[in-house]
Design a binder for this molecule. Structure first.
Ligand code: HEC
Length: 175
């Protein structure tokens, strides 16, 4: 049998390894070679994995509504209440859920009030722009959208889409 003649038969191998030093070294060299090949392959896999993990898709970013809810709890809830039910402290902040009229205002106005504050009659919301990134302001507005009924949200998105960035005067100023 060819295998027996080449010394590849396991039974012969054992005998030859024990009795022939040269043959033992040959097997050792083959073994070392195989280990190197395997390690190189692992390295290649390892670096490919590392490269993949650097791609943006591998980064875990919470969706805007989840991020917005976190912002709400961290900053807005102290005045507007944990569930936006309003009146959490003496500043009399209104409810922002479906029970009052927050949805009457377009996103642009809400954005402006969060950043620059809002002056009301006998009460006032402080400016919060220095505590939030622009992304967080957008995220908290996305979260407010989830508190309204479908009908309220549709109406609010309608005024948001029609709200002028720079309003044209609809009146003629007196000379
Ligand atoms: C320190 C208290 C306080 C904090 C914090 C605060 N608000 Fe207010 N907010 C108020 C008060 C008071 C008013 C009412 C102002 C007025 O009468 O015009 C108000 C009004 C509003 C309104 C207008 C509601 C309406 O129906 O007219 C919106 C929208 C709003 N806040 C959103 C937010 C969001 C979002 C946050 C968090 C990023 C926040 N507020 C944080 C106190 C606060």
């Amino acid at each position: 049998m060819p295998c027996e003649e080449d010394g590849w038969q396991p039974a012969d191998e054992t005998v030859q390894l024990g009795g022939d030093i040269m043959n033992g070294q040959f097997y050792l060299q083959v073994l070392v070679f195989l280990v190197i090949v395997l390690l190189t392959a692992c390295d290649a896999d390892g670096s490919a994995g590392a490269a993949t993990s650097l791609e943006p898709t591998a980064t875990v970013t919470p969706d805007p509504v989840t991020q917005g809810h976190q912002v709400f709890v961290r900053i807005c809830a102290q005045c507007h209440g944990e569930n936006a039910e309003g009146y959490a402290n003496e500043l009399n902040a209104p409810a922002l859920d479906a029970s009052e009229h927050a949805f009457h205002h377009p996103d642009q106005q809400i954005h402006d009030w969060i950043v620059n504050g809002k002056l009301g009659v006998g009460r006032q919301m402080p400016p919060l722009g220095d505590q939030l990134t622009d992304g967080e302001v957008h995220a908290v507005i996305d979260y407010l959208h989830t508190l309204w009924t479908e009908e309220q949200l549709t109406a609010q998105q309608d005024i948001t889409s029609r709200w002028p960035a720079t309003p044209e005067p609809t009146w003629t100023p007196q000379p």
